[in-house]
Design a binder for this molecule. Structure first.
Ligand code: PXG
Length: 298
C-alpha cells in the first residue's frame, strides 16, 4: 500500500510517524474538533467555509488552534499535494492535546493537529439512483444548552448511537429529532424536504450542524429561483413531503425515498432533488481552492 502522508503538528510526515499520546484529551475525552472536506478535480471545495466553522468550533471550546487560518489552508493544500491526490477526502482534526488524567483542559500543553488526505470512499451508485430508505431515531439530538450541535466536536457518540440503531433497523441512515419533536438532521448530514415546489430545511436554532453542503445547496437553489425556507417541521411533514434529500460532504446530495416505512412522494428520487444534485455536482466540479495552480486542468 502507498505511504499516506499527513500533516502532524506542523510537518508533513508519513502515517507511521504520527504519534498521538494516550493522554491526549481528544482520546481521553473527545475534547477536540474536526472537519471533513472534499477536493474535486484538484480543487479543495469550500475551504474557507470549513476553516471558518473549525475556528468557530474552537472558539466555543476555548481551544486555541496554533496556526492562522491561512496557515491551515496551506497545510490542507500541502497535505493533498503530498499524497498526489486530485479527488480526496480531507480530515482535519484538532484535539486539546496531551494533558493529565483530569478533565481540566488548562493542563493540556499544546493542541494536536492532524490533517489526513485520502481517497474518497464513495457511497454505492444505487444510493443516488434509487434513493435511501431511512428511519427516525429514538436518539434525540441534544439541545444547544446540553451540547451545541453547531460545534463539530470529536464527540460523536450521539450520532454513533443513532448509526447503531440504523444497523438494527436495516437502513443506511437515520433522521434525528430534537427534544421538541422537530426533525433536525441525519447522523452526518443535513435534511431537506420539498413542498409546493420549494425547499424546506430546519433552521440552525433547531439544533443542527451548519452544513457547508446545506449552505451551498440553499445558495444554488435561490440563484436558480427555487424558494428556500428554514423552518421547523415534524416527521408527519417529512412523511408527506413531495421529496426529501440529505446533504453532506461525504454524501453530497442524496435522495431519501422512504422514512419509517412511509413512502415519500413517488418513492423515487424526485425532479427537484435531481436538479439540486446536478446543480451541486456541476458547481463542486468547477469551484474551489487550486491545489496544483500551475498544472493545466485536464
Ligand atoms: N450534520 C452533521 C452532524 C455532520 O456531522 C453534516 C451535517 C453535513 O455538513 P457538511 O459541512 O459536510 O455539509 C455533518 C458532516 C462522513 C462524515 O464521513 C460526515 C460528517 C462527520 C463525520 C463523518 O459522512 N459531518
Amino acid at each position: 500500500m502507498r505511504t499516506r502522508w499527513m500533516f502532524f503538528n506542523g510537518e508533513i510526515v508519513p502515517e507511521s510517524a504520527v504519534r498521538v499520546s494516550p493522554f491526549d484529551h481528544g482520546f481521553l475525552y473527545g475534547d477536540g474538533i474536526f472537519e471533513g472536506i472534499r477536493a474535486y478535480q484538484g480543487r479543495v471545495f469550500k475551504l474557507a467555509e470549513h476553516l471558518a466553522r473549525l475556528y468557530a468550533s474552537a472558539k466555543s471550546l476555548l481551544l486555541t488552534i496554533p496556526y492562522t487560518p491561512e496557515e491551515m489552508a496551506n497545510a490542507v493544500v500541502d497535505t493533498v499535494k503530498a499524497n498526489n491526490l486530485r479527488d480526496a477526502y480531507i480530515r482535519l482534526v484538532v484535539s486539546r492535546g496531551p494533558g493529565d488524567l483530569g478533565l481540566d483542559p488548562r493542563n493540556c500543553a499544546e493542541p494536536t493537529v492532524i490533517i489526513i488526505a485520502d481517497n474518497i470512499q464513495l457511497y454505492p451508485e444505487s444510493f443516488y439512483e434509487q434513493g435511501l430508505p431511512v428511519a427516525s431515531s429514538a436518539v434525540r439530538r441534544p439541545s444547544g444548552d446540553v451540547l451545541n450541535p453547531q460545534i463539530k466536536s470529536l464527540n460523536y457518540l450521539n450520532s454513533i448511537l443513532a448509526k447503531i440503531e440504523a444497523g438494527q433497523r436495516g437502513v443506511p441512515e437515520m433522521i434525528l429529532l430534537n427534544q421538541w419533536g422537530h426533525v433536525v438532521e441525519g447522523t452526518g448530514d443535513n435534511v431537506f424536504i420539498v413542498r409546493q415546489g420549494g425547499l424546506v430545511t430546519p433552521p440552525l436554532s433547531a439544533g443542527i450542524l451548519p452544513g457547508v453542503t446545506r449552505q451551498t445547496v440553499m445558495d444554488l437553489a435561490r440563484d436558480h429561483g427555487i424558494l428556500v425556507r428554514e423552518e421547523n417541521f415534524t416527521l408527519h411533514e417529512l412523511y408527506n413531503a413531495d421529496e426529501c434529500f440529505l446533504t453532506g460532504t461525504a454524501a453530497e446530495v442524496v435522495p431519501v425515498v422512504s422514512c419509517d416505512g412511509r413512502t415519500i412522494g413517488s418513492g423515487r428520487p424526485g425532479p427537484l432533488t435531481r436538479e439540486i444534485r446536478d446543480l451541486f455536482m456541476q458547481y463542486a466540479a468547477t469551484h474551489g481552492t487550486d491545489i496544483y495552480p500551475n498544472v493545466p486542468v485536464g
